[in-house]
Design a protein around this ligand. Structure first.
Ligand SMILES: Cc1ncc(COP(=O)(O)O)c(C=O)c1O
Length: 483
């Protein structure tokens, strides 16, 4: 026995380092906080993009301890200074988010107290916080109080949860899969078809509805397509609308789609991952009319609420459908599962052990209130109008006026347009003081501008325009020389 106790004590002594005392904690915290301040203070002058294919060998797990100073140096040089600087206001590519500082404090608290946010019994407080956030989202989108929701890791998983619920509500399985029809548009985010594959619906019929000049679903096509599919003996069951398309910033005619879905008894899912929080902006709120008719909806706080990556929300009206996909029990958890307790997040998504990600959203909302978020979103809409005017001044062709804050542009050079714009973007990426991405619109190469970072201010847009202008001159020279 004594031998066993001595061994245990020796293990304890060897692993004591895992529990630093207050002085050590403060020291490490100060180092990290100093680095964070240096990083944030330098952001306005830091490059937005610096690409290197090289994978550092400094990350190797050597099994030996390293000082926090050394680790922070690796982080600075090999992580934070490489690739797209997603914290930068110059990030105008993909869908930027930003990462407000208060969220980091929320994550810090959630990690220190290590809340288990999957089950009410384990952390009633954490689950209550997440429930309050879901209730707020439900109220924003006029969802009924008995709808359920979950804070997932991002829009892709949030969409997956909603689509699995639609599948289970309509019992799309077995031979029914091949006869079932999903309606979407060419602008539907690819995570939707990916999710359909993951949930076993790879073989459903995908009907791509035509879109108008503004990339919105042409509503007249929907009823006809449903009728035609029914006449072919198929089983229409799901329509996907987007409230903010990733390529074009468009909001589909939600009210009209929702009305048809009600008449036709179809599940209406809205992917508002990118655009949903613009409902806070009064100037575009009308675009979301009818979103309340949907059966499920996804909105990403790590996009439109400027939170750091790692949080996407889903709300679903039919709780039984969500339970069907996700509810599961285990004998070893019998103490935690009690019918009389509120709903467990683990019954509303694939995760059991769940990071308390609600804290990164709840803390900033409580600290600042919602007004600054709404103002920041209005600012992004105006900055989108501003950048379009500036781009037009430089001679660019512009995509149609977007509903939200993603737009695209290209220089018309006839047959050489694609290679001209590709070259231009290459130079923009090489210089890296701002970052734009590209896409294909009807097969044509265009440059995308996505303004959503809370740090994108008028000064960031002016800097980005100067960058484009410089690179445009060089591209022109390059093509003149070549011809
Ligand atoms: C409209 C839309 N839906 C879904 C997603 C996927 O979200 P996530 O990247 O958080 O998984 C995105 C990402 O940009 C999006 O823009």
């Amino acid at each position: 026995m004594q031998e066993l106790i001595d061994r245990i004590r020796s293990w304890e002594a060897k692993s004591q380092v895992l529990e630093p005392n207050q002085d050590l904690r403060n020291k490490e915290l100060t180092s990290v906080s100093n680095y964070a301040n240096t990083f944030l203070n330098a952001l306005p002058e830091t490059k937005t993009f610096e690409f290197s294919e090289e994978m550092s060998d400094r990350f190797h797990i050597t099994g030996q301890p390293h000082s926090i100073v050394e680790i922070l140096d690796i982080y600075k040089r090999e992580v934070a200074e490489k690739g797209i600087n997603a914290a930068s206001g110059g990030h105008l590519g993909y869908i930027p988010g930003g990462g407000i500082f208060a969220s980091a404090l929320g994550d810090f608290l959630a990690d220190v107290t290590n809340e288990y946010a999957g089950i009410f019994y384990a952390s009633p407080g954490a689950v209550a916080v997440e429930t309050a956030l879901i209730d707020w989202i439900k109220s924003l989108f006029s969802y009924p109080s008995d709808a359920v929701g979950n804070l997932a890791s991002g829009g892709s998983i949030a969409n997956l949860i909603a689509l699995a619920a639609a599948r289970d509500k309509y019992q799309i399985k077995g031979e029914k899969v091949e006869k079932s029809v999903v309606y979407l548009s060419a602008q539907t985010h690819h995570c939707v078809t990916k999710a359909l594959r993951i949930i076993g619906l790879e073989d459903v019929v995908l009907r791509t509805l035509p879109i108008d000049d503004h990339s919105r679903i042409q509503i007249e096509a929907l009823s006809g397509a449903i009728a035609k599919d029914r006449s072919l003996g198929l089983n229409p069951f799901l329509v996907i609308g987007s409230a903010g398309t990733t390529d074009t910033g468009a909001v589909d005619p939600l009210f009209e789609i929702g009305t048809i879905c009600k008449e036709e008894n179809l599940w209406f899912h809205v992917d508002a991952a990118y655009g949903g929080f613009f409902i806070l902006a009064e100037s575009v709120r009308h675009l979301f009319r009818g979103i309340e008719l949907s059966d499920s909806l996804v909105v990403d706080p790590h996009k439109g609420l400027f939170l750091p990556y790692g949080i996407g929300a889903v709300i679903v009206k039919d709780r039984e459908a969500v339970f069907h996909s996700n509810r599961a029990g285990a004998d070893y958890m019998q103490d935690a599962y009690r019918e009389d307790l509120p709903v467990n997040p683990s019954d509303l998504g694939p995760e059991l052990t769940k990071h308390f990600r609600g804290m990164r959203m709840w803390l900033p909302l409580q600290l600042y209130g919602t007004e600054p978020f709404a103002a920041c979103l209005e600012e992004k809409l105006d900055l989108t109008r501003y950048i379009r005017l500036k781009l037009a001044d430089l001679g660019f062709n512009l995509g149609p006026e977007p509903d939200l804050s993603v737009t695209y542009f290209w220089m018309d050079r006839g047959d050489q347009s694609d290679s001209f714009n590709r070259h231009l973007l290459k130079l923009i990426h090489e210089e890296g003081s701002a970052y734009f991405s590209s896409t294909l619109i009807e097969g044509k190469f265009v440059i995308r501008s996505a303004i959503l970072s809370f740090r994108t201010r008028i000064i960031s847009v002016d800097k980005a325009i100067e960058l484009i202008s410089r690179c445009l001159d060089k591209t022109q020279e390059h093509f003149e020389k070549g011809s």
